[in-house]
Design a protein around this ligand. Structure first.
Ligand code: GLN
Length: 280
């Protein structure tokens, strides 16, 4: 029996439901598009179009990966975030929707069009830093990461977005040389002991980008210690935090003399971004 776009969509949706993937309808559609080289419009307007053997084989190769719970972003090699699209691979954390709150906070902290130096500690794919630079034409950025392969991906993303003239990337460990107007970070914050129980998809992601140590707060200890030396006059910072971590991180920031703003909550009501300024 011939396989049509709509019959394939239905059967893939069922296969993804059976393995407990959380977006079976969208995942099925995206893998048909990527594997068979058809558009979303083709699927909707021409649902009874038949697929060739070659198209079916190409889709199946992607489907098998998703059934093993590889994240859809790694299979497609890209992820939309804020107003940009990023290339992503297993060397970088996949940008999360809640991290857009960090970008929103960063843009509020940067007066539009004034020149500014922005630092992103643990830059990964470049999602945060490149989103901010794309919206603030007079800003320049530095991205730091411990992973050389992550830095290569971030640099490729910067070039693809024509932002490479305003950003540089260096290897480092929660600190940098120089002073900045804005320091941003979404560090690893999951407790080491919680990692094993996470959704299978997270095991494809770099452990270095998720593992926050025994209490999940290791990176915040390093970052809050470094912040006073990184902030220029009237410099600001914004950090993403995990659920239930805002108070502990706020205390670390206060101990080193930083001034805090009220934390910001994500769409689920979780205190997600902690922002503030240097001593002055
Ligand atoms: N928000 C990610 C998650 O819970 C964790 C990212 C991080 O550790 N910074 O899946």
């Amino acid at each position: 029996m011939s396989v049509t776009l709509v019959s394939l969509w239905t059967s893939l949706r069922r296969r993804f439901e059976a393995v407990g993937a959380d977006n079976p309808v969208t995942d099925a559609r995206m893998l048909i598009e990527a594997g068979a080289g058809v558009s979303r419009l083709d699927i909707v307007t021409d649902p009874y179009r038949e697929l060739s053997t070659e198209q079916l084989a190409a889709v199946e190769a992607l489907v098998i990966r998703r059934e093993r719970r590889e994240p859809i972003a790694y299979i497609l090699g890209r992820k939309a975030f804020w107003n940009i699209e990023l290339a992503v691979g297993p060397e970088v954390l996949i940008p999360r929707p809640e991290t857009e709150l960090l970008v929103e906070t960063a843009l509020d902290l940067l007066p539009s069009n004034a020149p500014a130096r922005v630092l992103d500690l643990g830059v990964g794919s470049g999602a945060i830093l490149l989103s901010v630079l794309a919206e603030r034409q007079s800003a320049v950025g530095v991205g730091i990461d411990k992973s050389a392969s992550a830095l290569e991906t971030a640099a490729a993303n910067a070039a693809a977005l024509h932002l490479d003239g305003r950003v540089s990337f260096r290897e480092g460990d929660w600190t940098a040389d120089g002073r900045f107007d804005l320091v941003l970070s979404n560090p690893p914050y999951i407790r080491s002991g919680d990692l094993a129980a996470l959704a299978p998809e997270l095991h494809y992601e770099p452990r270095m980008a998720l593992d926050g140590g025994e209490d999940g707060l290791d990176a915040y200890r390093a970052i809050t210690c470094a912040l006073p030396g990184l902030l220029g006059p009237n410099g600001a910072f914004a950090l993403e935090v995990g659920e239930g971590q805002a108070d502990a991180v706020a205390e670390m920031a206060e101990v080193v003399g930083l001034t805090l703003m009220p934390h910001r909550r994500d769409l689920q009501g979780i205190a997600r971004v902690l922002a503030g300024r240097g001593a002055g």
